[in-house]
Design a protein around this ligand. Structure first.
Ligand code: G3I
Length: 393
């Protein structure tokens, strides 16, 4: 008698038999009927990781805007995956920190060209454009720059700008001449940041003119940019426009407007694109560059930036799929929007892969994933979303 127990044993054996069900089929009761088991459906293999063809990212926007990344010499000296991604997918670089005054002119009268020269030579040998960043900033600048009378400060600044821009004349096509000179404070009655530069100039913004005019004199063909963050916010943007309007109306040399675009997964693409449109509406003829794009995976409250309270908890290596999906959809919306705006001539991400991002320590130390390649230097769904209109993140 073939019992259910017998069948259980047979099933437990996992053997593939023709199962004809209880009492069914031929054969006598003493021999077990053949059991047919449909082998379990193999799990659907994960989709093959998206791997862009060589050049696919930069070529997708050829004729519209350059595709850039902020880099440092440590990434190009190692001949590693970062350099491979850069050479395969980008056609523009920005120095993340090694073209700033604290690196180039660490002490008065001393110039160290080692790192900037290496970056320029690397870019030229790989046919990449170079965005200079940055000649004047209230950070990453040694204190001696601010010493003395306004006339002495001016002379020192003009000398520094002349030295740097002259050295890379005809090689660096655009400089962020002045960076973050617009105040975040809406109560000042004017749009200017109260910085070490403001004070050293005698309590005014004349230093902006000094830097732009010295840069123009040193390389008449170089595109001179002003660069700012948070331009997606109407108040900051209005003050940015006020600063630019003053420069343009006084014929101070200026060729372009930079938008840093350090945003997060809670940012609306429409707010970001509104900043581009607002500049276009005011200043047709100025180029626009997206200069430092990254999309933090944390939707932090203001307090996190103000005093590091209320910050979203660290996801660690387990970034929720829905967060990465939102990030991918936002990147797609931005690049589609950039493609529709002719004034945009360059779009740079602030870094190459999640393995090295300033956002791992800002506004707090935690694992971020703001870029288009992950920590293993594999491309992310965000890049696929940008490049493949049929892909659903
Ligand atoms: O790599 C060196 C290391 O060898 C050395 O031991 C260490 C200690 O001195 O310094 C390391 O370099 C640091 C570098 O980041 C590493 O990437 C510099 O000290 C540090 O100052 C530098 O910070 C940069 C910061 O600007 C100041 O220059 C960040 O990388 C860079 O992401 C950040 O970029 C700014 C933009 O210029 C303007 N917009 C905001 C953006 C983020 O703050």
């Amino acid at each position: 008698m073939f019992t259910a127990r017998d069948r259980l044993k047979l099933l437990a054996g996992g053997a593939a038999f023709a199962f004809t069900g209880c009492g069914g089929g031929g054969g006598n009761s003493s021999t077990p009927p053949p059991i047919t088991m449909t082998p379990p459906t193999p799990p659907t293999p994960p989709p093959a990781a998206f791997e862009p063809a060589v050049g696919q990212f930069r070529d997708a926007f050829s004729g519209k805007f350059a595709i850039g990344a902020a880099i440092k010499t440590s990434q190009i000296n190692e001949d590693g995956r970062d350099a491979e991604i850069l050479e395969n997918q980008f056609n523009s670089i920005t120095s993340e920190f090694e073209m700033k005054p604290e690196v180039i002119a660490p002490s008065e009268g001393v110039f160290d060209w080692t790192a900037p020269d290496a970056l320029v030579e690397y870019a030229e040998s790989n046919g990449m454009a170079i965005r200079g960043h940055t000649l004047l900033w209230h950070q990453a600048t040694p204190d001696y720059f601010f010493a003395g009378t306004p006339a002495e400060v001016r002379a020192r600044l003009e000398n520094y700008v002349t030295e740097v821009v002259t050295r890379y004349r005809g090689r660096i096509f655009a400089w962020d001449v002045v960076n973050e000179v617009v105040t975040d404070d809406s109560s000042l009655g004017d749009p200017y940041r109260r910085s070490n530069w403001w004070d050293a100039s005698g309590g005014n913004a004349d230093y902006i003119d000094w830097a732009l005019e010295a840069a123009r004199a040193a390389d008449p063909d170089c595109l001179l940019f002003i660069n700012e963050y948070s331009t997606r916010f109407a108040g900051k943007r209005a003050r940015y426009i006020e600063v630019i309007r003053d420069l343009v109306d006084r014929n101070i040399p200026l060729d372009g407007v930079g938008h840093q675009m350090h945003i997060s997964v809670e940012t609306n693409a429409s707010d970001v694109l509104a900043a581009i449109d607002a500049i276009d509406a005011e200043f047709m003829g100025l180029d626009q560059h997206v200069t430092e794009l990254d999309i933090s995976i944390y939707a932090d409250p203001e307090s996190c930036f103000a005093d590091q309270t209320g910050c979203r908890a660290d996801y660690g290596s387990n970034v929720p799929e829905d967060i990465l999906r939102t990030q991918a959809e936002l990147y797609r919306g931005l690049f589609n929007g950039f493609s529709e705006r002719n004034s945009i001539k360059s779009v740079s991400t602030w870094g190459i892969s999640d393995a090295q991002s300033w956002l791992d320590t800002f506004p707090v130390t935690r694992t971020n994933a703001p870029l288009l390649w992950d920590r293993d230097r594999d491309s992310k769904t965000a890049l696929q979303a940008i490049l493949d209109p049929d892909f659903t993140p």
